[in-house]
Design a binder for this molecule. Sequence first.
Ligand SMILES: *Cc1c(COP(=O)(O)O)cnc(C)c1O
Length: 382
Amino acid sequence: MKTIPMLDLRQEYEHMKTDIDLAVQRCFDHQHWIFGPEVRAFENAFANYLGVKHCIGVSSGTEALVLALRAQAILRTGKEYFTPDDQIITTPFTFTATGDAIIRSGATPVFVDIDEQTFNIDTQEVAAYIAEHGSRVAGILPVHLFGQAADMSNLMAIARENGSFVLEDVAQACGADRCGIKTGSIGDAGAFSFFPSKNLGCCGDGGMVSTCDDATAELVRMLLKHGGRDKYNVVHIGYNARIDTLQAGILLAKLPHLDGFNERRRQIAGLYSEGLQDLTAAGLTVPAVDPETYHIYHQYTVRTPRRDALKTCLSEQGVESMVYYPFPLHEMEVFKGRMVTQGALPKAKKAAAEVLSLPIEPLQHEDDTRRVTHAIRNFFKS
Ligand SMILES: *Cc1c(COP(=O)(O)O)cnc(C)c1O
């Protein structure tokens, strides 16, 4: 019995082999490994895709977050880093990097609870925190989790009223939108990841900062190459966080495939939901889609109190599945003494205990999608 994987990067490579091989060969021909022509070409193509003024390629999604936050610190405080008195509100139900980046920028992460339907940050919790502690809140960092946009219109309104910035964590939502506006083009800046398993992935690490603000763009460009316009005469405490020419070339070749692959993910998600939605009474919840969003299913994530048993049962039938994420950030050692939490965050905790993500390889055959659906149905029938 063939195992159904979460993703099949080899199959995706075979699908676009001609484009990728050509892009790689071009780089070997010109040998401009650092800031080669593909870097600016990809930045421009991606800015055009998103509808933003600036895109700045960086070495990973994590560095995209850190650099965007450092730029905000410099712009807003005139200092290199935020201080622990500066707070940034985010979700506890995300990848560690979201919260880590806040600490690395010098600020304190404030974790507020999530919306149970979408797993995204709960706007009302954000509003409640700001109503009481608004003067401390420098920014809001929503994550478009699993490929579905957070409630950006309300978050932007709350942020604007409080004079806070909004940085979008778009690592899982490349190509998603809200009311027709692409994620990563709504806030003051966006941070993308091109980690191989993301919807647009490279062959190693890579990331991007998107923004319409000239000052933010200029600062990020300085920070990613040691902190100066001139590498040998530096202004800010910087990083070596460039994107490789090779990765930019590969991403440039893969970008035209992104929308089609996102559509395929949506079709697979549609089949799953159709085949599973009547299991609600048995204890399985399929993803809820906010009608204002174009969900691109970086993950197709169901929830059930019998999560661990379901995972074991699927594995026995050759179906891979993954838990994103088993621990909310506020329960991790690294955030102890370095965070503020608004209450006990019960919804995030419950989600971490109940979620399970299913295989959603864009090139996955319909028969495989049905096999996964059958395996789950059988589990809940027994
Ligand atoms: C993947 C991811 C990141 C980090 O991106 P890297 O490129 O791996 O550094 C940040 N936030 C979220 C939500 C992610 O899924």
